[in-house]
Design a protein. Structure first.
Length: 390
């Protein structure tokens, strides 16, 4: 598609840069007409552009008329759409030129030859025939009762709508074709673990937004619509749901530190305080060892949800694809209690003080948290696999 768009853009750029005569000589008669008309609007005395316009106009009409004659002789009912387009094109080109007429070619002492034709009856008839064909053909496609033909029918009914917005029951048939051609996908969960779960748990896990994955012919539902036949099921098949026991581990240790504790006098052999050379008492620093006992408590708990994401074709019961899924949620908390002189603790240990044991989260809450992670994983897988559904 990108290549086609690039090619069309390149042609448009070439046409915009080419002169009308070059466009004429290359067979791009429509481009030559557009270019010449644009120039003549600002200067009707430009003989060169009048001559190019005259020739391009005549050749474009001749080519289009030749194609119309062939399509009519061929007699295929689906040709009327192209015939309508060709007549509409000829009328448009004629309407481009009419405001400029008459155009006088001074160098040839004559007026340019532009034949004006009333195309209205041919356009009306071709439009009528095309409308009838597309409507009838769309109904025959719908009778085949399959998605591929229903999508083709919808395209043809859109053409009918463009020709005649109120043609017969085109709106009703468009709705029918849309419903018949759309693939509906139901997203749901199944618990095969044998572990009973509260209804709110599954409700929370199925609250997943898939609407942005919808396309013209593919619709995802997370809630069942009564009376609607689903073509595919995307099933979260939970095969393992487990919450570990509450883990509690205590570690006891002590830390010590030697700190200053005043001073003491130095005594001689007779028990008298020694003196220095100046007659002052001699004393020395005294220290003591302080101790702090610590109880470190580690709390832990784990929840896991594991299973598969299964793609099922409901019409055949076939398992189209399966992907493993798993999500874990961990609770970890560390707390310290000190007994003694906290000044004995190292800075690293002291920084952990203040934490106290906390209540363990419930298993249900832990599973819900694991479910949130699982939802994000499931949505990513569905997005990656969106092209396997049609």
């Amino acid at each position: 598609m990108k290549k086609i768009f690039g090619y069309i853009l390149l042609l448009a750029l070439v046409a915009s840069c080419s002169s009308s005569s070059k466009l004429l000589n290359s067979g791009n008669y429509e481009g030559a007409i557009n270019k010449a008309v644009k120039k003549l609007k600002s200067n009707k005395q430009n003989d060169k552009e009048i001559i190019v316009l005259e020739e391009a106009y005549q050749k474009a009409n001749a080519r289009n008329q030749e194609r119309v004659t062939f399509l009519k002789k061929e007699g295929k009912p689906d040709n009327w759409d192209e015939i309508f387009s060709l007549y509409s094109k000829m009328k448009h080109q004629q309407e481009q030129v009419k405001p400029l007429l008459p155009l006088h070619i001074a160098s040839q002492h004559r007026n340019a030859n532009f034949v004006v034709v009333d195309y209205d009856d041919e356009i009306i008839q071709a439009k009528k025939n095309a409308t009838e064909y597309f409507y009838a053909h769309a109904l025959s496609l719908l009778e085949k009762n399959n998605k591929t033909d229903a999508r083709k029918a919808h395209c043809e009914l859109e053409k009918v709508k463009s020709f005649s917005s109120n043609y017969k029951d085109v709106d009703r048939e468009l709705i029918l074709a849309k419903n018949m051609g759309t693939s509906f996908v139901l997203f749901k969960m199944k618990n095969t673990t044998g572990v009973p779960l509260p209804p709110t748990f599954e409700e929370e896990l199925t609250k997943i937004s898939l609407t942005d994955l919808n396309s013209e012919w593919l619709q995802y539902h997370t809630n069942t619509v009564s009376g609607l036949n689903y073509d595919y099921t995307i099933l979260v098949n939970m095969k393992n749901i487990n919450v570990s026991p509450e883990g509690l581990k205590e570690t006891n240790f002590s830390e010590t530190k030697i700190i200053p504790d005043g001073f003491q006098y130095i005594l001689d052999a007779h028990g008298n305080v020694k003196k220095d050379s100046l007659g002052n008492d001699i004393k020395q620093p005294k220290t003591k060892t302080i101790v702090c006992s610590v109880t470190e408590t580690d709390q832990s708990k784990k929840a896991i949800i594991a299973g598969t994401l299964d793609y099922i074709n409901n019409s055949t019961g076939q398992l189209m694809k399966t992907d493993p899924i798993a999500s874990e949620n961990f609770f970890e908390h560390r707390s310290l209690e000190a007994f003694g002189d906290i000044n004995a603790l190292t800075p690293a240990t002291k920084a952990k003080l203040g934490n106290r044991p906390v209540p363990f989260p419930s298993g249900f809450d832990m599973l819900l948290q694991a479910g949130q992670t699982l939802k994000a994983m499931v949505r990513k897988i569905i997005y990656t696999n969106k092209n396997i559904l049609y």
